[in-house]
Design a protein. Structure first.
Length: 609
């Protein structure tokens, strides 16, 4: 490949953005030094304390540092949950109100000064403590709204007593909902049936075991000091720049094993290749934060990243035209994998905002009109490069509740209908300047939160074009993604684009987006409707079946009718792996895969020198 200007300058710029030592590390690795996975995040992390995070990028890291009682089988599709730190699947009461679980003895936490030089074994009390931390108001955990859905006996009362008395959370106060029966046995007890609790326990990124000594030693700095039992431990962290994980030397004896479907040729081949190998198979993970798409793409082409997950959409036509890997990349031995993601891109409207919020007919008409004016087909063609499908509801593909045959107004584009709705609702141009005013005559201006990257700017231009056609002015308010998230939780954004990825196969979390109990958490629109909450309350404890599906549809119809969100697309993801990365496979829901891959260091050396 020629490196003449300006191509040479672009590659050199990409190299400058890569972490210091990346190339040297690859050379040393090939000479027998640790195998290093070079990886990139497109958005900066927030930290590594499971109780304080919800963003996907932080969770990808914590999923490899902390461990839940259960995990998803790496190769089984659509999913299979199996024991992780637990010795076996739970014993549960017939009504799913009591779960009893025994841990494997001998599992060790990462070594840390908080343990005063002594090996620290994982015990049942560590899971009790981890769940209680989410309820502790001190940590302001956004997970509390979600965890409270589980309805542990006594946990909400313990939290309320802390708030009422303005006293520190009493971790030593026993409650029936969370009990360590002995050193290795934990029991969960619920106020109502909880038939899908096993899926909660399989998410180690949020519900992994935490040692009390660590939290008490580091206090408010615990986001910087993650100490879990996972296959990797944190070795280095430069916020929003570089994250380094290294293999946990005290990790228990675990080998590669899985249960791929009989007709899954790829899964069967991976099992045959790796079965019985000690996990993890690599020694180190180096993560760069590369927010701009071109430097990320060039870093991958230059061999400085081992996988591009996903391929940035602007480069799809170059790298994967018509859904097939480009010949020049194929000749280099790269591998393309494509999948319809269990995710959703959406736009939220703040229901407490005096301009776009509210439940009166004119405000509902405004939001629905704005949604109808979204030219989603154009968005898919230009912004997503054809790698997306229109969303029709709040549910994501591959989850319980998703209906691939559903067609709704949410998925339609009709500028004429949008204009008619606004005219009927009184949003008309009163002064002849070409822009609509509110029914009371005051200006109608959307304050639209966005981020400062080029990708966001291209999306914003599409939105501006859509709103201009509708006669609505837009002012884009720029901030980093974490700041937008903070403002959205506080109800300080009017309109914002963001995405959600499903972390479990059940569709109930998609309904959190409208539940009053989740306002400021998963319900960033701050939507609150009694009829919706009644339907949501019923689905929580019902077993899967026709009655639960009917309530899913009812709740979804209310979201579509009141339009606190415009559900836009589900992405088609294109992942490209370097030839020296062996065993890569994108998980549908879970976040752990680094321990299941290997790297051919010699091949990497030859390709990058």
């Amino acid at each position: 490949m020629s490196l003449r200007s300006p191509r040479r300058r672009a590659l050199l710029n990409a190299a400058a953005l890569a972490p210091l030592g990346t190339t040297a590390g690859a050379h040393a690795q090939a000479a027998g030094a640790p195998k290093v996975l070079s990886y990139a995040f497109e958005v900066a992390e927030t930290g590594f304390d499971p109780a304080q995070i919800t963003d996907r990028y932080s969770r990808i890291v914590t999923a490899h540092l902390f461990e839940g009682l259960y995990e998803y089988d790496h190769l089984a599709r659509p999913y299979l949950i199996r024991p992780n730190t637990a010795a076996a699947l739970p014993e549960h009461s017939p009504d799913y109100t009591v779960f009893t679980i025994r841990l494997q003895p001998g599992i060790r936490f990462h070594d840390d000064p908080a343990f005063k030089g002594q090996p620290r074994e994982l015990v049942a009390a560590d899971y009790v403590y981890a769940f209680k931390r989410i309820a502790d108001p001190r940590w302001k955990s956004q997970l509390w709204a979600t965890l409270s859905e589980q309805r542990f006996v006594g946990l909400a009362a313990l939290r309320e007593a802390t708030v009422k008395d303005k006293t520190p959370f009493d971790y030593d106060r026993p409650i029936d909902g969370l009990r360590a029966l002995d050193r290795y046995t934990i029991q969960f007890r619920f106020e109502a049936p909880n038939p899908r609790f096993l899926q909660t326990l399989a998410d180690g990124s949020l519900y992994g075991a935490v040692a009390r000594e660590v939290v008490e030693a580091y206090g408010d700095k615990v986001m910087e000091k993650p100490v879990g039992t996972g296959p990797f431990r944190l070795a280095e962290w430069r916020r929003s720049s570089r994250i380094v994980l290294e293999q946990h030397p005290g990790y228990r004896e675990r080998v590669y094993d899985a249960r791929p479907n009989a007709d899954d040729a790829e899964g069967q081949a991976l099992l045959a290749k790796f079965k019985g190998r000690r996990l993890p198979m690599i020694d180190r993970v180096e993560i760069s934060i590369i927010e701009e798409e071109q430097p990320r793409w060039l870093s991958f082409l230059n061999g400085q990243l081992d996988v591009l997950e996903p391929l940035p959409f602007p480069f799809v036509d170059i790298a994967a035209p018509n859904g097939k890997l480009a010949p020049n990349l194929s000749k280099r031995g790269m591998r393309l994998s494509r999948s319809l993601a269990s995710d959703i891109a959406l736009t939220l409207f703040n229901m407490d905002d005096p301009v776009v919020g509210g439940y009166t007919p004119e405000r509902v008409a405004l939001r629905r009109a704005i949604g109808l004016a979204f030219n989603v087909d154009q968005e898919i063609r230009l912004f997503w490069r054809g790698q997306a499908v229109p969303a029709q509801s709040t549910f994501t593909p591959h989850t319980y509740g998703y209906d691939p045959g559903l067609v709704s107004d949410n998925g339609q584009y009709s500028l004429s209908r949008a204009k008619a709705l606004l005219d009927l609702a009184g949003y008309v141009d009163r002064d002849g300047d070409g822009w609509r005013e509110q029914p009371d005559g005051t200006p109608l201006v959307l304050q639209w939160a966005t981020t400062p990257d080029q990708r966001a700017r291209s999306r914003d231009e599409l939105r501006r074009k859509d709103m201009n056609a509708l006669g609505i002015r837009v002012n884009f308010v720029t901030a980093k993604w974490p700041e937008n998230l903070k403002n959205a939780r506080a109800g300080k954004v009017m309109v914002w684009n963001l995405g959600y990825s499903s972390a479990a196969p059940d569709g109930e979390p998609a309904l959190y987006r409208g539940a009053s109990i989740h306002k400021g958490g998963q319900n960033l629109s701050r939507f609150s409707l009694p009829a919706y909450d009644r339907a949501f309350e019923q689905v929580r404890s019902m077993p899967d079946g026709p009655d639960r599906e009917a309530l899913f549809r009812q709740a979804n119809r209310l979201l579509l009718a009141y339009a606190p969100y415009k559900f836009q697309v589900h992405r088609i993801l294109n992942d490209i792996a370097q030839p020296w990365l062996i065993g890569y496979r994108r998980p549908p829901f879970w976040l752990t895969w680094w321990q299941h891959i290997d790297i051919d260091a010699q091949m990497k050396k030859q390709a990058t020198t």
